[in-house]
Each structure stands twice: as structure tokens, then as C-alpha cells.
Design a protein around this ligand. Structure first.
Ligand SMILES: Cc1ncc(C[n+]2csc(CCOP(=O)(O)OP(=O)(O)O)c2C)c(N)n1
Ligand SMILES: [Mg+2]
Length: 615
């Protein structure tokens, strides 16, 4: 059997149904072997970065692995941004590259940079962003290395793996019967269930006393596929839940138990809730500074805290950063839920009705889309749009958002429905992700429609993928948050650089082409929305049917993320600053000195900042 055929059969047996490929001489045999199979469809993105991002979304949606094949040299260097997305969000997938033939390895002539055309040290390049990266320099190693790579990708904390196969090795004949298998050296998982049980008892004691508890569910709940157990716990405890970006779609946005997220870019209501809690019980979130604000000691500072995390280093970080945690539980969330469940029978918790009323009052009082936003004229307000979009989408829809303001606004303003998936490349967050990821998500979900939210800056970074969408007739509905610039960078420049908008606006170096014309040239249907008039109708039109659509939403270029924390403040005190009396009334725990100081009166900062438009 030809080795490349063996590789194709191996990946097909894993249940992978699509391969994202960008061909080249050094990978031609592998791709041909994939193409010969009837159980895998290959898809041709226009750029390897997009292929990797499609793989990322494919893994998220199928909850299996995705697969990409690329050629040597630039094929691999182009992949890296996408591979990093999978690595930092702990997603398993397989990346296979063709490498120059073994006879052309530069190692044959000491000191040279390259011997083979397009030769590059792939394994060295991707090692820090993969769980395993290996060069197959002997054909008979193929089975062992493939099996090992898949084992590593999917076990423990998942992640992408990379396999480099030289051109001459791809063509070699092998006898599959004679190949050495890989036997995982399954170190017996040594879980100290007794200790875990003791720690959980301590946590339950805190739960029994809490009057204002909040449960945090983090990404690990999804990585461990423990969503159902997490939701059972929520229902059983019947306590409010604060979700991180990664888990935002596991509970409906309008569920009374959903506090509405928390952190430096979240909602007022969610932050008032978590900051005023008397118990924060966090499961599977590393509670990074994006969630806690800085310094982390300001986070939920009146609350007892329980943190469940598999990683001892993450648990140790709290003490090192001055954030007190009362019960640290080092455990896989799977084990945690198992033990927790066994202790839930007959437990009685205090009545938290008053706390629930407070949370619903915050929801009412501080909607992310207040009425005055709706009155905006001459441009589309992102929060008004997201509210309308939430109403027009259906169960089962996948929504992918990009990076920058549009990412944050989506997680603030989009109200998730049951069985929807909403995601982005949370930790790597490269511009252009959502367009390429929408392609992967679409293939992963039987080519059903995918809603892609992206900024004008992000669109430029993967704009070539409009061609992939049209070529493959994918029903991807792109909503372009067009503020003609890098909105989030401008907001940062207002905070840090006295509004010196360097390299973030058309006047200061950016290009601002006509995206409508570009999308039309690629063959998409195009709509433009310049105001709120007829918005629901237009969104309906965009969403219906199987055609690919770009809907250009014209925003005010001074549109900002609202609210958004200014550096140095606790997360309950975001910009635009609230009247101090009103702020004080919302605080059950003592506000920080900084929040009460005279200089923080309402009106210090007005958003959106209205400046003369000079374009
Ligand atoms: C590949 C890459 N380069 C640079 C950045 C830094 N960055 C983050 S957001 C952003 C601007 C994004 O502009 P746009 O997509 O228009 O989003 P907006 O904030 O305007 O909604 C930049 C440059 C990044 N995240 N990824
Ligand atoms: Mg923009």
C-alpha cells in the first residue's frame, strides 16, 4: 500500500469527513490519496491560515478533530496563526504537511539554510504551538506516529498535532500489517477521590451558608464535554450562573439564572452580580485577568471563593497575585461533577430569593441596549443590531465572531438561544478568524447556514475566503461591522494615548476600500444598512435562503464598546462612569476608594466621543 493512501485511510477511520487543503508539489501525493476516498471531502481555502482556522471551527462544532494538509515552507509558515488558535483554546486536530524529500534535507550539508526548494524546519516552527510535532523520516514509523499524535491530541488537555511527511516517504510502499502500533503508556490516573471528596465537602459548607452565591462555568466544562452535568448542577442548586466567553452558549441569554457574563469587557448587570456575591464557585475557568480585572484582588472581593481547576499552576497563581481563594480544588471537572453529584441528594441550601430579585433588577435596569441607542440616526448601533439579530436567528444556528469591538459587542449584546453555538478564537483572537472559521463550521454542520460577524479590519485579513464561500455555495451570512477603522484600537488610544489615533483610521494609514464592491465582485449577494429603519426585515432577508450574503452595517466611526473598563478600575465600575450615588446604591459590598473619589463624577467621559468627522 502506498504510504499516502495509508494516511488517508487512517484519518477517514477517525470519522473526519472533511479535509482543508492547500496543495503544492510536496504534498500532492497525500492530497491525491485523500481525494480518491469517497468518505472524505476535500475543501480548498485560498490561504493556509484560513485552512487552519476552518479546522479550528470544525473541531469546535463536530467535537471531533479537524484536518488540514499543506505544502512545505510557506504552506506551513502560513498555517501557524491558525494552529495557535487551536493550541490556546485546547482543541484537538491534525495538521499534515508535505516536506522536501529526505535526500534534500539541509542536514546533509552542514551549515546551509536550505537544500530542498521551499525547505523549512516545520517541526521547530510549530513545536511551541502544538501538543506534538514530528517528522516522519522512515516510512515504517507512520502508524506509530499517527496513533501517538492522535492519542496526544485528544487526551489530557487537548490540542493540535503536526505531522511532517517528506515527499519521497509519501510515495513509499508499506505493508500495514508489519507496522508498529502505538500503545499509550496509560499512566493510571491517580485521582485521590478521598481528598477530592473532602474538598467538595468544604465547598458545600460554604454553599450552605451563602446568601448571594454565583456559579462560574469556564471553558474546561466544554473541553471535558461536561455541559449536561454542569447544567444539572445549576438546576439542582438553582443559583445564578456567570458564564465566560467560552461557555456563553450553554445557557440561554434570557434564562433568569444567567447573570450576563463578567469581566473587563462584559455587562454592568453581570459585573454588579459577581462583584457583590458572597460566594463565587468557579468550575473550569482559569479566571484570568480579563475575567477578574486587575489587580485580581479587586475581583469579587467580598466573596468566599471556591475554584476547581485541573492545573495546579493555575490554582497557585491566585495566591501569587493576591486573590484569596478559600477552597482550591485541583481536579478534572469530570471527576468534580461525579463526586459533587453524589453529594447533592438531600442537601438543603438557604433561600436566595432576595438575591435573585436583585439580579433581575440589574438585568432590567442596565440593559446592554438601552432605549436611547435605538434612537440613533444615520448609522447602525451594534447593540441595536445584535438585539435584532438575536430575535431573527433560530435554534441550532452557529454564530462566529471575529476580534476587536465586534467580538466584545457580540458577547455583550447577542442573546443566545438554546442549541445555538457562539464562538470565536478566544485566546489567540486573530483578525480574520471568523470568516475562515465560518467555512469550517458550515462543513461541520451539514452545510447549514452560519452567521459570521466581522469588522472591516478583520475582513481584510482573510478577504480571499469570500471566494471559497462562493465557490462552494456555502450559506454563510456575513454581517460586516463597518466602522471604517480599528474601533477597539481607537478606544484603547483614547484611554492610553490621548486619542492619538496612530495606524487605526484611514487618515492615519489604514486602507478603507469599498467592501460592497469587493463582495459583489466575488459573487456574494450584498445588502447595506445605514440606519435602524427596516432592520429586522433586512436581517430576515439576509438570513433566508442558501446564498452567501454580505450585509454591510454602516456604523458611526466613533461607536465604542459600551460599557468598557478603563485601566485600573474594578470590573463593577466600567466606562462610561455611572453617577456616583447611583453606583453606590448598586453596591452591596463596600466600593473601592478609587470608585468614590471626587474625580470620578458622572460626565467625566462621554461616549461615544463625538468628534468632527473629516472624511
Ligand atoms: C492578526 C492580528 N493583527 C493585529 C491584531 C490587533 N488588533 C486587534 S483588534 C484590531 C482592530 C480590528 O479592527 P476591526 O476588525 O475593524 O474591528 P473593530 O474593533 O473596528 O470592530 C487589531 C488591529 C490582531 N488581533 N490580529
Ligand atoms: Mg472596524
Amino acid at each position: 500500500m502506498k504510504l499516502s493512501d495509508y494516511v488517508a485511510e487512517f484519518v477517514a477511520k477517525l470519522g473526519i469527513k472533511h479535509a482543508f487543503v492547500v496543495t503544492g508539489g510536496a504534498v500532492a501525493h497525500l492530497i491525491e490519496s485523500i481525494a480518491k476516498r469517497s468518505d472524505i471531502e476535500y475543501v480548498c481555502p485560498q490561504h493556509e491560515q484560513a485552512a487552519a482556522m476552518a479546522v479550528d471551527a470544525y473541531a469546535r462544532v463536530t467535537k471531533n478533530m479537524g484536518l488540514a494538509l499543506v505544502t512545505t515552507g510557506p504552506g506551513v509558515t502560513n498555517l501557524t496563526t491558525g494552529i495557535a488558535c487551536l493550541y490556546y483554546d485546547s482543541l484537538p486536530s491534525i495538521f499534515i504537511a508535505g516536506q522536501v524529500s529526505t535526500s534534500r534535507f539541509r542536514s546533509r550539508v552542514p551549515g546551509v539554510r536550505q537544500l530542498g526548494f521551499q525547505e523549512a524546519p516545520h517541526v521547530d516552527l510549530v513545536k511551541p504551538i502544538t501538543k506534538y510535532a514530528v517528522l516522519i523520516d522512515h516510512a515504517e514509523r507512520i502508524r506509530y506516529e499517527l496513533e501517538k499524535a492522535v492519542y496526544l491530541a485528544t487526551s489530557g488537555r487537548p490540542g493540535p498535532v503536526f505531522i511532517d511527511i517528506p515527499d519521497d516517504i509519501q510515495r513509499q510502499e508499506i505493508d500495514p500489517e508489519k507496522l508498529e502500533p502505538f500503545h499509550p503508556n496509560e499512566e493510571v490516573r491517580n485521582v485521590d477521590f478521598e481528598h477530592l471528596s473532602d474538598q467538595i465537602e468544604k465547598a458545600i459548607e460554604l454553599l450552605k451558608k451563602a446568601k448571594r452565591p454565583i456559579l462560574v462555568l469556564g471553558a474546561a466544562v466544554k473541553i471535558a464535554k461536561e455541559e449536561a452535568n454542569a447544567l444539572n448542577l445549576v438546576r439542582k442548586l438553582n443559583i445564578p450562573v456567570a458564564l465566560t466567553w467560552a461557555t456563553m452558549d450553554i445557557l440561554s441569554g434570557d434564562d433568569p439564572l444567567n447573570t450576563g457574563g463578567f469581566g473587563i469587557t462584559s455587562t454592568r448587570r453581570g459585573n454588579f452580580a459577581i462583584q457583590n456575591a458572597d460566594l463565587v464557585f468557579s468550575i473550569g475557568s482559569r479566571l484570568d485577568s480579563h475575567a477578574t480585572g486587575t489587580p485580581p484582588s479587586t475581583f469579587a472581593r467580598g466573596a468566599k471563593k471556591v475554584v476547581v481547576d485541573i492545573d495546579a499552576n493555575e490554582l497557585a497563581k491566585f495566591g501569587a497575585q493576591g486573590m484569596s481563594v478559600d477552597v482550591l480544588i485541583q481536579a478534572d471537572v469530570k471527576d468534580f461533577f461525579k463526586v459533587m453529584k453524589s453529594k447533592m441528594q438531600d442537601l438543603r441550601f438557604p433561600d436566595i430569593a432576595a438575591w435573585m430579585i436583585k439580579i433581575s433588577q440589574w438585568r432590567e435596569k442596565y440593559p446592554i441596549c438601552p432605549k436611547e441607542f435605538r434612537k440613533q440616526k444615520g448609522s447602525v448601533n451594534p447593540y441595536v443590531f445584535l438585539d435584532a439579530l438575536s430575535k431573527e436567528t433560530a435554534e441550532g444556528d452557529i454564530i462566529v465572531t471575529d476580534c476587536g469591538s465586534n467580538l466584545i459587542q457580540t458577547f455583550q449584546g447577542y442573546c443566545v438561544k438554546p442549541k445555538q453555538q457562539v464562538f470565536s478564537a478566544f485566546n489567540n483572537s486573530p483578525m480574520g478568524y471568523s470568516l475562515a472559521a465560518s467555512i469550517g463550521a458550515c462543513y461541520a454542520n451539514e452545510k447549514k447556514r452560519v452567521i459570521c460577524i466581522i469588522g472591516d479590519g478583520g475582513l481584510q485579513v482573510n478577504i480571499q475566503e469570500l471566494a471559497t464561500i462562493v465557490r462552494n455555495q456555502l450559506p454563510i451570512k456575513i454581517f460586516l461591522f463597518n466602522n471604517h477603522g480599528y474601533g477597539i484600537i481607537q478606544q484603547t488610544q483614547e484611554d492610553w494615548l490621548n486619542s492619538h489615533y496612530v495606524a487605526s483610521r484611514p487618515e492615519t494609514g489604514l486602507a478603507d476600500p469599498d467592501y460592497v464592491k469587493i463582495a459583489r465582485a466575488y459573487g456574494l449577494d450584498v445588502f447595506t444598512l445605514r440606519s435602524h429603519r427596516g432592520m429586522r426585515r433586512k436581517i430576515k432577508d439576509v438570513l433566508q435562503g442558501r446564498s452567501a450574503v454580505l450585509c454591510n452595517l454602516e456604523f458611526d466611526r466613533n461607536q465604542r464598546i459600551i460599557p468598557m473598563l478603563k485601566t485600573g478600575r474594578p470590573i463593577e465600575d466600567a466606562n462610561p462612569l455611572m453617577d456616583r450615588d447611583e453606583f453606590r446604591k448598586n453596591m452591596i459590598i463596600p466600593p473601592m476608594e478609587l470608585s468614590l473619589s471626587e474625580s470620578n463624577k458622572k460626565g467625566e467621559i462621554k461616549w461615544p466621543i463625538k468628534k468632527k468627522q473629516n472624511r
